[in-house]
Design a protein around this ligand. Structure first.
Ligand SMILES: N[C@@H](CCC(=O)N[C@@H](CSS)C(=O)NCC(=O)O)C(=O)O
Length: 302
């Protein structure tokens, strides 16, 4: 069973910036020990003189037009790193980059159960000892750790906050870099397929388009600071990055009223992803259909 460290802030140390976000201020750092834990609605204290040192790489897999993101805390002595949405075909490239940069990969994280490619999560686990797979509890998939809205995934002194953003699939989440003086500024949102640059994920798989348009996207992503960077899981037009402010203003689907949005989504006429029949069953088990070694473990964080 995964052990989860609990560090609760006093009520006075909390901020009200968003329903699920807590500030990370005051007191002292617990230790230089790696804090590779997932915690919900709680926070670690920070020291004021800490310099944020995020190493960030955007990587591309051309067959499925998928972005994989490498994030590492190079200000931490262990140089802990994580990969968001790795693809099986590019796992060796990613491992090689992690080695070149002298990082220690601790998490392979998915934003959701992908339908167009097989995740590299399982392969990473077999090739890099100690890597833990992470996905949302709502995805009903096998993984070492299951996260929910409000959870924080720490890598060194930095963390990602989990926001539930169903719409493309029921288990879609967005990972947002932490809110605090010691965290990257501007913030960065890894939106998976929920919010694409000048678009959004199709909603004809599992759930209604309302969840994309209505509560989850508009409240969980568009309420972030306008300078928050948007990093999607795919791009089909050559874009690499956007911002919350840019998408609020220019997204051709999400700037419309609900009825227009509904009509747009119902008339996308996209063919089913070529790999869907292979990808979904594989991704429900971390990408390795014959892997019986990793027991699913739920983070007991609440
Ligand atoms: N042609 C690709 C799949 C293209 C596609 O359907 N993309 C999805 C995200 S991956 S399931 C999507 O939501 N697209 C939205 C859009 O507006 O393009 C393939 O065959 O794999």
């Amino acid at each position: 069973m995964l052990r989860v460290s609990l560090h609760r802030l006093s009520p006075s140390a909390r901020c009200s910036c968003s329903p699920r976000s807590l500030s990370s201020r005051s007191q002292t750092f617990p230790s230089a020990k790696l804090r590779s834990s997932v915690s919900a609605m709680r926070d670690f204290s920070t020291s004021s003189d800490l310099t944020t040192k995020l190493l960030f790489r955007q990587l591309f897999e051309k067959d499925s037009s998928t972005y994989t993101y490498l994030l590492a805390d190079v200000g931490h002595p262990d140089r802990p790193a994580l990969l968001i949405d790795p693809v099986d075909k590019t796992v060796d490239r990613d491992i090689s980059l992690v080695k070149d940069l002298g990082l220690r990969l601790i998490y392979a994280i998915n934003t959701h159960v992908h339908a167009d490619h097989v995740t590299g999560t399982g392969l990473l686990k077999t090739k890099v000892p100690g890597v833990k797979s992470v996905i949302s509890k709502a995805s009903n998939s096998k993984a070492d750790m299951h996260v929910e809205a409000g959870d924080k995934i720490y890598f060194g002194y930095l963390f990602l906050e989990v926001r539930a953003t169903p719409g493309h699939t029921q288990g879609c989440v967005t990972y947002v870099t932490g809110d605090g003086t010691d965290q990257p500024n501007p913030r960065m949102a890894f939106t998976g397929d929920t919010l694409l640059i000048r678009g959004c994920g199709r909603t004809d798989f599992q759930v209604s388009f309302w969840s994309t348009f209505d509560w989850f996207l508009l409240n969980q992503i568009f309420t972030l600071p306008k300078d928050t960077y948007i990093y999607p899981a795919h791009d089909y037009k050559g874009f690499t990055v956007s911002t919350v402010g840019e998408e609020i203003q220019c997204n051709p689907r999400l700037t419309k009223d609900k009825e227009t949005f509904k009509s747009i989504m119902e008339n996308l006429n996209l063919p089913y992803p070529k790999m869907i029949d292979v990808a979904v069953p594989a991704n429900l088990v971390c990408g390795l259909q014959d892997d019986s070694s990793a027991e699913p473990v739920v983070a007991t964080s609440k």
